[in-house]
Design a protein around this ligand. Structure first.
Ligand SMILES: [Zn+2]
Length: 286
């Protein structure tokens, strides 16, 4: 055993390790990816706990089956799931692949946001927005509810963010102007409210949930009024495609109506990344 062997030789490498990566093109996206995976790990906690009105910070993460608290090395985003091969270290119970999927999705969307918007204020605003949409989608898929605890503060955050970013980074801002955001809230909340009201008037039944109304108002708040229309269009399109394939795969039983929230979220993310291109494509023949 020679204690000096590694210590003496590795020391000069350390500053090199700190300098070289900052010039490497993968350095920033790698950091963003790790950041996204860590946030994704937290989103998994939110998806399970927010609908139950439990704290998202305590108690620490535990196995849902045997309730054993996870060691830090069993709670490393993405890696622990792979190392444990999707099973709890203590009771061997299966861990849902969704934990891994949500972490990966958050990480990849983070990198995509960095690629699209750079590492400015727009990145952090939209990262928070996309993270909320992920939580909302999975809660809605699980329980058919969209938690007000996310959508209502989301409306306010989107509006405040539009004020902040227009005063800081204009005219290079990617986020909507405060007026655009305000109109987005009105239009997003208004359209679905009108649809729900007319539907109820005609059929006497409650169709559209109030959660969808608040969600679209939040989307309008972050993306602006024009995006409300495009989001609604994209959500209806993807919803119809998935709904029809669902019906074809499961027979004609339409009792298992899919929640609309996740499609609104998918539509909003598509709008965020491809909105401008889509609008110019759709309007190109005229
Ligand atoms: Zn367990």
């Amino acid at each position: 055993m020679s204690p000096t062997r590694s210590g003496g030789r590795n020391l000069p490498i350390l500053p090199l390790l700190m300098i070289i990566p900052s010039f490497h093109p993968f350095f920033v996206p790698a950091i963003v990816f790790v950041f996204g995976a860590v946030v994704g790990s937290f989103l998994n906690v939110c998806i399970v706990r927010i609908p139950k009105r439990e704290s998202v910070v305590s108690p620490p993460s535990h196995c849902p089956r045997c309730k054993t608290s996870l060691r830090f090395y069993d709670n490393v985003p993405l890696i622990s799931y792979l190392l444990l091969r999707g099973r709890c270290r203590f009771c061997g119970g299966a861990i849902s692949a969704r934990y891994f999927f949500v972490e990966l999705m958050t990480a990849l969307l983070g990198v995509a946001l960095w690629y699209r918007f750079g590492l400015g204020i727009a990145f952090f605003i939209y990262f928070a927005f996309v993270a909320s949409l992920i939580v909302i989608s999975f809660v809605d898929l699980d329980l058919r509810i969209i938690p007000d605890a996310i959508s209502l503060p989301g409306i306010a955050v989107g509006f405040v963010a539009s004020i902040l970013s227009s005063s800081i980074s204009a005219p290079f801002s990617y986020t909507p102007s405060p007026m655009d955001s305000f109109l987005g809230i009105l239009l997003g909340g208004g359209i679905l409210f009108l649809v729900a009201w007319v539907y109820q008037l005609l059929t006497g039944k409650e169709g559209m949930g109030g959660g969808d109304i608040k969600l679209l108002a939040m989307i309008g708040s972050f993306l602006g009024w024009a995006s409300v229309l495009l989001t609604l269009f994209l959500a209806s399109l993807t919803g119809s495609v998935v709904g029809v394939s669902f019906m074809l795969a499961k027979g004609v039983d339409t009792k298992y109506a899919l929640p609309f929230g996740p499609f609104l979220c998918v539509g909003a993310v598509l709008d965020l990344f491809f909105g401008e291109e889509l609008v110019s494509f759709l309007l190109s023949p005229y």
